[in-house]
Design a protein around this ligand. Structure first.
Ligand SMILES: Nc1ncnc2c1ncn2[C@@H]1O[C@H](COP(=O)(O)OP(=O)(O)OP(=O)(O)O)[C@@H](O)[C@H]1O
Length: 564
């Protein structure tokens, strides 16, 4: 709870305002039956009201005033409840937003190995559902608990003034209520924990299904996949039913105990009225308070169950927010166009701390050099590229840029100056222009003609009816793999990076087009440092020398020594 409280403390003023509204609301709640009491005890008995020195006024007018007061109390109560709900909702949404932003920020910082351990479905569940647990603490636990406590105290004070004997009878039922509630809460906590895990598993299964729908069809796996989904869905449903069942039993036990207490109080109260120990007006107040008295107790019990339910969500969110294996940002900024060298010094890298993918890498790339990273599939080319832009970090050794440890450099500055084009192009749902212009933070609509020509997309775009404003579909569904790669390349070339890393960025493009693209890039970006990963020997003609990766070792090689 202490860790969660920082989200609340940011809104101290709003919280104070909400508490104030709650106090006013509870005062109106307590006032509700009083006009009726006065009508029965004074107007019906044709006595003058003791209130507000209005005993000289006619009885009709006093009755009218009490009727107006009755309506006014309900009107003002409703108005304050409305204002309170709006304030609570906006506060709850603010907290939810803050936590979600922190979750997304954290996801940007955690080591990539974190994503090996967690499925996307699980992460979506944490970001959407688990974050709501903290919102629930605020809106459905903290405030209802406060308002119920205030109302309970108010009711106890008033009833104590009216009739101590009845209050004592009522108080007897409370321990039974709480004992049974805490017993049921334990079961609810266990089931809700289980339900969260199952629902997160179901979300992962659905996400997996939707992502792989193409392969599922190709291999006629529909029936098997549907069965898997059915089993996961059934498990989630079972937990959901269990939770529902326990919540219903919970409400049942509470209601029976409430009925028991109420009948006891009525039994004694009515007899007191018959013996003239209690006025009818007081009994009306009493019965009315009884109804609202059990409301707060019920609220408190529900808040306790919700507290237990929300614990598992909060735990899951905190485990993500407290994840220790993060990439810590550096402080030093690289000036634009100033990268003189990139050096690997005794670098080892392993995804699982067992086998080193990169095994004592030592090399230095100098300014303006064009370097090919050559290696078989799975040899570690992407790993080297990811290390340079600090998507992952060396297990041992150092990477230096301008003789500065990469860990000391601000990540933003690093990635502004070194641009990586990934092997698998990442395309967003939007237009071609939006996809290419993504890297342009200024928002101005650049003239893309030159870039389009370099990546051989000019005639393709020209022939489209909507040209650059053509929608590409979800993940670029309306484009070929080669077109996606060229859009991804264009996006990178639009940046003002000092170093470009192309990780097999043209692997899906035909040889002639690829040659044209390479030639144009090398000419246009002659003054840039370029590292490109490839497993095709014919691509070596554009480099000054080759870094050859074999079994995790990296050797510098002359391209003429390799058979092209
Ligand atoms: N997230 C990961 N977790 C565990 N192992 C991984 C992960 N990503 C890659 N690997 C392993 O690391 C090794 C190097 O992978 P990498 O992607 O760097 O190779 P590559 O040379 O780029 O291959 P390709 O030419 O096929 O793209 C491979 O054996 C791969 O199985």
């Amino acid at each position: 709870m202490i860790e969660v409280s920082k989200y609340f403390l940011r809104y101290k003023k709003i919280i104070f305002f909400i508490f104030l509204q709650i106090v006013i609301i509870q005062v109106f709640q307590l006032l509700k039956p009083w006009p009726i009491k006065y009508i029965f005890d004074y107007i019906v008995e044709e006595k003058n009201l003791p209130l507000f020195h209005i005993d000289h006024l006619p009885i009709d007018f006093q009755l009218f005033a009490l009727c107006i007061a009755f309506v006014l109390i309900y009107f003002l109560l409703g108005a304050f409840v409305l204002a309170n709900n709006i304030t609570k909702m906006s506060f709850g949404n603010k907290i939810l937003n803050d936590i979600r932003i922190d979750v997304f920020r954290k996801l940007q910082k955690v080591q990539m190995s974190y994503f090996n351990k967690k499925s996307v479905g699980d992460l979506i569940y944490r970001a959407i559902n688990d974050t709501q647990a903290i919102q629930i603490v605020a809106t459905k636990i903290m405030f209802p608990l406060f308002s119920s406590t205030i109302l309970l105290i108010g009711i106890f004070i008033v009833i104590f003034q009216i009739n101590k004997k009845l209050l004592f009878v009522f108080l007897l039922t409370i321990p039974f209520l709480f004992i049974s509630i805490s017993f049921l809460n334990k079961s609810i906590y266990k089931i809700s924990n289980n339900l969260r895990e199952k629902e997160s598993r179901l979300l992962s299964a659905i996400e997996n299904y939707l992502n792989n729908i193409f392969v599922i069809r190709l291999f006629n796996m529909e029936d098997i996949e549907h069965k898997k989904l059915e089993v996961t869905g059934r498990e989630a449903l079972k937990s959901n039913l269990q939770l529902n069942l326990f919540e219903t039993i919970h409400a049942w036990v509470v209601n029976v105990l409430i009925a028991l207490g109420t009948s006891l109080i009525l039994w004694i109260g009515v007899r007191q009225v018959l013996n003239s120990e209690l006025t009818i007006g007081d009994l009306i107040i009493f019965i009315s308070y009884l109804e609202s008295l059990y409301g707060p107790i019920n609220n408190i019990s529900q808040s306790i169950s919700l507290y237990y339910e929300s614990q598992s969500g909060i735990k899951r969110i905190l485990s993500l927010l407290n994840e220790k294996e993060i990439i810590v940002d550096g402080r030093k900024v690289i000036k634009d166009n100033s990268i003189e060298n990139i050096e690997f010094k005794n670098v080892y890298f392993s995804f699982d701390s067992k086998k080193y993918i990169i095994n004592n890498a030592n090399f230095k790339i100098l300014r303006h050099e064009k370097v090919a990273l050559l290696g078989k599939s799975g040899s570690g080319k992407t790993t080297i590229a990811s290390l340079i832009v600090r998507i992952i970090e060396p297990s041992i050794g150092e990477i230096l840029i301008n003789n500065l440890n990469i860990k000391d450099i601000k990540i933003k500055s690093l990635r502004e100056n070194i641009c990586l084009v990934t092997q698998r192009p990442i395309i967003f749902n939007g237009t071609i222009f939006e996809n290419i212009n993504y890297s342009n933070k200024s928002g101005t609509r650049y003239d893309l003609d030159e870039i389009l020509e370099i990546v051989c997309l000019d005639s393709f775009v020209r022939n489209l009816p909507d040209h650059l404003d053509t929608q590409v579909g979800e993940k670029g569904a309306k484009l070929s793999e080669g077109e996606k790669q060229r859009i991804s390349l264009a996006r990178a070339l639009l940046t003002d990076a000092d170093v470009f890393i192309f990780d097999e960025a043209t692997s899906a493009i035909d040889k002639d087009t690829q040659d044209k693209i390479f030639e144009r890039i090398m000419k246009k970006f002659e003054d840039k440092t370029i590292l490109y990963a490839t497993h095709r020997l014919e691509n070596l003609k554009y480099c000054d020398y080759v870094l050859l990766i074999k079994e995790g070792k990296i050797l510098k090689a002359d391209k003429s020594s390799l058979k092209i």
